[in-house]
Design a protein around this ligand. Structure first.
Ligand code: NAD
Length: 399
């Protein structure tokens, strides 16, 4: 069953019936068992899932998630989202994803490096650089991509590397940059408010959440609440995001003497914009009616369950969907991959310029179809992405 439901985009674009066969069946699902010796000598075993959803538009592209509860089904859902995301912003990649089922909180650096090296060997990433190109996702970052590069020695085999070894200046901040740009546009065009006049709550203070909060703070928005997996903090006058980012304390609640809140309280904070930027499926039938924000921007992948989506539609709360809001990361990955192939150099300002341009273009196309067809932004984004994918598959003779 695919995330994208063709009945939900009926009437928005013409999609041939048999396209569903491609949408519903990932091209490849791989399940590996990874075994390494951890730094203390114990043998560590982890399941590894890799899914290519659709590669008609280019190599499968998608990050590596390390989480204790990641499953093949979740990896497949995330791979499919990458197919729609890359099609919507029109970068020449397909959809893919990796999941490594380990608790990243329990790994020291040496053990994590061993897992990543073994993952490269299992997946033969040095041989399939044109087929699947990984990047960071939850609990993986530039240092981890550097380990992968160290095994493949091919700069185009992985994106999200540190800039000194072929990475892209601005890639680390890229997803947050795109989420902030999408938030600014949605505030102006859907709420009729300048970004400097809005209050924001951000769930998750990892790569996506922290950079989103930082860019929004830079644009003058008042970020009043942020959280991590352990809980959140709130300050009515706005949080000092730069100080929070500088702090070495592992938990956000230990980074400032401000009011402590739970993650459920963060989701229900009285703000203009709520940005879930952590785990998936956090907005559910149980808590959707508690949300007081006027706008939701999905920094995370799949943070809103379909029942919650219906509740937000009834409450007239627009949602900027994940495949649009958090596409900045894959846009920057495309620039990094292009740079790896050409050997060109890129400045961070150029990275941000490409992200802003492609997000603005996609936002305007999605908004236009949503307004014209009186559909949600999510359905409009799905419709455009599905039409793009179908046209590509027709170009390739797949349909
Ligand atoms: P990360 O590991 O850097 O940070 C995750 C943050 O979320 C941490 O602060 C963690 O404590 C918090 N968190 C985890 N589980 C939580 C929970 N159940 N409740 C509340 N907080 C929780 O991960 P990231 O790279 O920032 O990814 C966050 C989300 O953004 C994911 O859904 C990911 O798929 C999506 N995303 C990431 C990128 C990227 O470039 N990194 C790109 C597009 C989308």
């Amino acid at each position: 069953m695919s995330v994208l439901k063709t009945d939900q985009i009926a009437g928005l674009v013409d999609i041939p019936d048999d396209a569903r066969i491609y949408f519903e069946h990932p091209e490849k699902q791989i399940q590996n068992h990874l075994t390494v010796r951890s730094s203390n000598g114990d043998i560590l075993h982890a399941e590894v899932f890799v899914v290519y959803h659709n590669t008609s538009r280019g190599p499968a592209k998608g990050g590596i998630r390390m989480a204790p509860d990641v499953t093949l089904e979740e990896t497949a859902e995330l791979a499919e989202l990458m197919t729609w995301k890359t099609a919507l912003v029109q970068v020449p990649f397909g959809g893919g994803k990796s999941g490594i089922r380990v608790d990243p909180e329990k790994l020291d650096r040496v053990t994590k490096d061993s897992i990543l090296r073994e993952y490269v060997h299992l997946m033969k990433l040095d041989l399939i650089a044109g087929l699947y190109v990984p990047a960071p996702d939850m609990a993986t970052g530039p240092r981890d991509m550097a380990i992968i590069f160290g095994e493949t020695h091919m700069p185009e085999s992985v994106t999200g590397k540190p800039p000194r070894i072929g990475g892209l200046p601005g890639r680390n901040e890229a997803t947050g940059r795109g989420v902030a740009t999408a938030t600014r546009l949605a505030c102006e065009e859907l709420l009729g408010k300048d970004i400097s006049n809005v209050t924001v709550a951000v769930q998750g203070f990892g790569n996506v959440g922290s950079h989103t909060a930082s860019f929004l703070h830079g644009l003058g928005a008042r970020v009043v609440a942020v959280s991590d997996i352990y809980g959140g903090i709130y300050a009515a006058n706005g949080l000092n995001i730069a100080d929070l980012m500088k702090s070495d304390n592992r938990k956000i609640q230990d980074r400032g003497g401000i009011t402590r809140i739970t993650n459920e309280e963060l989701l229900a904070t009285d703000v203009d914009v709520l940005i879930p930027a952590a785990a998936g499926h956090v907005l559910t039938r149980e808590n959707a009616s508690n949300v007081k924000a006027s706008l939701i921007v999905e920094g995370a992948n799949a943070p809103t369950d379909s029942e919650a989506d219906e509740i937000f539609m009834e409450k007239n709360i627009p949602i900027v969907p994940d495949i649009l809001a958090n596409a900045g990361g894959v846009i920057a990955s495309y620039v990094e991959w292009r740079k790896a192939k050409s050997g060109s150099l890129t400045e961070a300002t150029e990275t941000y310029e490409v992200i802003d341009r492609l997000i603005e273009k996609a936002f305007s196309r999605v908004k236009e179809i949503a307004m014209r067809k009186k559909a949600s932004l999510r359905r409009a984004a799905w419709a455009l992405a599905a039409a793009e994918l179908v046209s590509t598959m027709q170009d390739r003779g797949w349909m």
